[in-house]
Design a protein around this ligand. Structure first.
Ligand code: CP
Length: 331
């Protein structure tokens, strides 16, 4: 693997899921693979899971880890090409990336959507600068339009819960289920406009999985067609959740009326009552979650939730990707 910014960088999805599940069984199976190499984790935005799971994954592979919380700890960055830097910005992103090239063998970056310019966000105005100026492999830790390490963790979580017993990746534990799971990505309420990256990315990855996938969201909240393609979009949550095996809860703002929050009359928060209509669906959320806004306490803390398992799988998703990037570097 030469870089990892979307599902298109994965040659064989089933193979990398299998690899991640093997890593989960034995996380220290390749302790020397990253020896003498450094990964730079650059965060332009906040993080709990991505930062810590990436650090654990890198350490399990023997990589040196540099973590830069750029928004708080670095100089105020300028992103515009040709800018006259006589204002608040102190260092151009091009120069920062060139310096990272001197220190790192892999650069991983988190750069959220700015949510001000649709064009900038759709065109990945920051990630594209990393891709352009980095001389080492680039990994996305969530960009304006995608969150691929999260999506891989989501695929791992669905696989182990559907095809295995939910706790083991051993082939002996394989369950004899001979139908595809129904996976529903459902929009949830929020108090402020949220970016599309997780929803887009989940939609993209589910289309590569052997699942029946539908999206439920209110009118005015359809995701970018470039990501949803021909996926069925249902504007009635109750109808969409019927017989679901997995429900992925996530908020996003309007894409058409960019970053706005059109009024929603129905209550889209996921509750235990709504789970009654499903096939005892497992509930997923990438976290952080606003309890009793996106989903109720009873769902979050209930037996259908696999949300903490999903968060744990962020380690194995990251480790599988770092390991494949190291294969390329060590070749
Ligand atoms: N799911 C996720 O990416 O969590 P963080 O934003 O805390 O990294």
């Amino acid at each position: 693997m030469k870089k990892f910014t979307s599902v298109s960088d994965v040659e064989n999805l089933q193979q990398i899921i299998k690899k991640a599940l093997q890593i989960k069984e034995n996380p220290l199976s390749e302790p020397e693979k990253g020896k003498g190499k450094t990964i730079g984790l650059v965060f332009l935005n906040s993080s709990l899971r991505t930062r810590l799971s990436s650090q654990i994954a890198a350490q399990n592979l023997g990589l040196n880890v540099l973590t830069l919380n750029a928004a708080q700890e670095a100089w105020n960055l300028e992103f515009t090409d040709g800018a006259l830097m006589n204002g608040d910005t102190v260092e151009h992103i091009k120069d920062a990336i060139e310096v990272l090239n001197q220190y790192c063998d892999i650069i991983a970056v988190r750069c959220f959507a700015g949510m001000k310019s649709k064009e900038d966000d759709v065109n990945e105005s920051i990630l594209s600068q990393f891709e352009q100026h980095a001389k080492v492999p680039v990994i996305s830790l969530e960009s304006a339009t995608r969150h691929p390490l999260q999506s891989l963790a989501d695929c791992i979580t669905i696989t182990e819960n559907w095809y295995f017993d939910g706790s083991s990746s051993s082939p002996q534990a394989k369950l004899s289920i001979n139908r595809k799971p129904k996976v529903v990505l459902t929009w949830a309420p929020h108090i402020k406009p949220i970016a599309h990256a997780v929803g887009n990315s989940f939609a993209e990855w589910m289309q590569e999985m052997d699942v029946d996938f539908v999206i439920a969201n209110p009118e005015g909240y359809d995701l970018d067609k470039n990501f949803t393609k021909n996926v069925k979009i249902i504007h009635d949550q109750e109808e969409a959740l019927k017989d679901a095996d997995f429900i992925y809860v996530k908020n996003w703002s309007s894409f058409d009326d960019y970053a706005k929050m059109p009024e929603v009359k129905d209550n889209w928060m996921l509750t235990n009552e709504k789970l009654e209509n499903t096939n005892q669906a497992k509930v997923m959320h990438c976290l952080p979650v606003r309890r009793n806004v996106e989903l109720s306490d009873e769902v979050m803390d209930g037996e259908n939730s696999i949300i903490y398992q999903q968060a744990k799988n962020r380690i194995f998703s990251a480790q599988a990707v770092f390991s494949e990037i190291l294969d390329e570097l060590n070749a």
